[in-house]
Design a protein around this ligand. Structure first.
Ligand SMILES: NC(=O)c1ccc[n+]([C@@H]2O[C@H](COP(=O)([O-])OP(=O)(O)OC[C@H]3O[C@@H](n4cnc5c(N)ncnc54)[C@H](O)[C@@H]3O)[C@@H](O)[C@H]2O)c1
Length: 437
């Protein structure tokens, strides 16, 4: 029976008869669902948010990286639909779980979304199903948390059903590397699971990299994101150091990156943002602590990166000081509040910390961000102001938190308003009104 179970699944995947479910239709799940549909599978997206499932069924994309034409074509062709009805999970041959994995206030992993999604899968799990976790998480989650929940009714993983972990590596806003051409890491709980998961992804993405276990696959993702968090921490510390020594850190990085080997540029900024880099390393340090291991690099990088919004506010103080003004009572305008250039994602954005710190010091804050029309700040809702209008109102200081491409930086410099540039958006321009990070 198990022999035929895996053979049937592999055959359904090869022939594209397999029905694929994607749970969690956000920045990761929606592009993946569209890619599976493009590969020829019948895809059903599952989400608890009816606004998202309704939008998909109406052919509307709410993720900037998913062109509406691709989405609506898949929906019109009948190869993609979305639902909030989790009972339909039982009809799927393969299920990909892409739900959030945030931190609790204590910085411990919050697996509640994963647990809820796996409970829904477990309620209808059947022989021959392939289940893959994509959410970033600590090594051991698939084996220690997901597997026992799915095996509760007596089915055995890698024999009756198949289970794998495959981390998502998508970089929102990146035009060059997308779900399709970013190599996909796959680790199964056993050889049959690895084979089935590799076949599913092999049909939809250009390159599949098989690793020996789910734990390795989980760890790969955390190494990648910890690598970024630590290197950003290092370059932020170098930026603070360079400021003390009156050296332009941006010029240093630009020159250093001409080295063709052994160096990779990272850039300082107002702090970490997004759903990955500020969070994922703590999943790793939490798990390592269970074994008595202390992750010193992660803690130190977190400390430095977390201090950057304070440093930005210090630079605002420097700028205002030059005009014999204080933060208290000044009007400070933030330029760009999303966590990175040309995206609308506000999760963990350091601009929120900068805003909070400035308000606490008595500044009146406003902002411009074409991607973020409104912003909740304390009990207020701020509205984005067009940058030209903001310049005309002559605020006491501006802060470039996010260097969206469509801002008119020339007009900004010509206005003569003091500006703290945390992203080197004003590269090549010189004026007494510019205060670099
Ligand atoms: N955003 C990124 O750039 C990125 C990159 C790589 C990996 N990841 C990881 O991928 C995972 C998902 O991240 P995201 O950015 O797509 O999150 P997201 O918040 O954009 O999307 C998650 C979706 O899951 C839905 N959801 C939550 N609980 C659910 C449940 N029980 N059943 C069905 N749907 C549910 C939410 O409504 C939401 O639509 C996280 O683990 C994240 O760390 C994200």
């Amino acid at each position: 029976m198990p022999e035929t179970t895996i053979a049937t699944l592999l055959e359904r995947l090869r022939s594209r008869q397999a029905r694929v479910g994607v749970i969690g239709l956000g920045y990761v799940g929606l592009p993946l669902a569209v890619e599976f549909a493009r590969a020829g599978f019948h895809v059903t997206g599952f989400d608890v948010d009816a606004a998202k499932t309704n939008a998909i069924n109406a052919g509307k994309s709410y993720i900037p990286d998913v062109p509406e034409s691709d989405l609506s074509a898949a929906v019109a062709a009948g190869s993609l639909r979305a639902t909030t009805d989790m009972h339909a999970l039982g009809e799927m041959d393969a299920i990909d779980i892409c739900v959030p994995t945030p931190l609790r206030k204590t910085r411990d992993p919050d697996l509640s979304y994963v647990v809820l999604a796996v409970e829904a899968v477990a309620a209808t799990v059947k022989p021959g199903q392939l289940i893959i976790l994509e959410s970033t998480t600590y090594p051991g989650t698939t084996e220690e948390v997901v597997r026992p929940m799915l095996e509760e009714k007596g089915l055995e993983a890698d024999v009756d059903f198949f289970l794998a972990f495959s981390p998502e590596r998508v970089d929102p806003g990146n035009q060059r590397f997308t779900t399709k051409n970013i190599p996909k890491i796959v680790g199964g709980v056993g050889p049959a699971s690895s084979e089935a998961a590799s076949l599913l992804y092999g049909a939809s993405v250009d390159t599949v990299v098989k690793v020996s276990s789910t734990r390795v696959a989980e760890m790969v993702k955390l190494l990648e994101n910890t690598f970024r968090a630590v290197n950003i921490g290092l370059v932020n510390e170098i930026a603070l150091m360079c400021h003390r020594m009156d050296i332009d850190v941006w010029e240093v990085i630009d020159a250093a990156k001409t080295k063709p080997f052994g160096f990779m540029p990272f850039y300082p900024g107002p702090g970490l943002g997004g759903h990955c880099i500020p969070i994922d390393p703590y999943y790793l340090s939490w798990k390592a602590r269970q074994t008595g291991f202390e992750c010193r690099f992660i803690e130190l990088a977190g400390h430095i990166n977390g201090s950057m919004p304070h440093y930005v506010v210090e630079r605002v103080g420097d700028a205002l000081n030059a005009a014999r003004k204080s933060i208290n009572g000044s009007r400070v305008h933030l330029i760009g509040v999303a966590y990175k250039r040309d995206v609308n994602d506000m999760r963990e954005s350091p601009a929120l910390d900068v805003l909070e710190l400035l308000s606490k010091r008595g500044a009146t804050a406003s902002y411009s961000d074409p991607f973020v029309p409104t912003l909740e700040h304390g009990d207020q809702t701020l509205q984005s102001i067009d940058l030209a209008t903001a310049l005309a109102s002559k605020p006491d200081c501006m802060v470039i938190c996010t260097d969206h491409s469509e801002f008119d930086y020339d007009a900004l410099v010509e206005s003569g308003v003091f500006v703290v540039d945390t992203r080197n958006a004003l590269k090549g321009r010189t004026a007494d009104s510019i205060f670099r990070l």
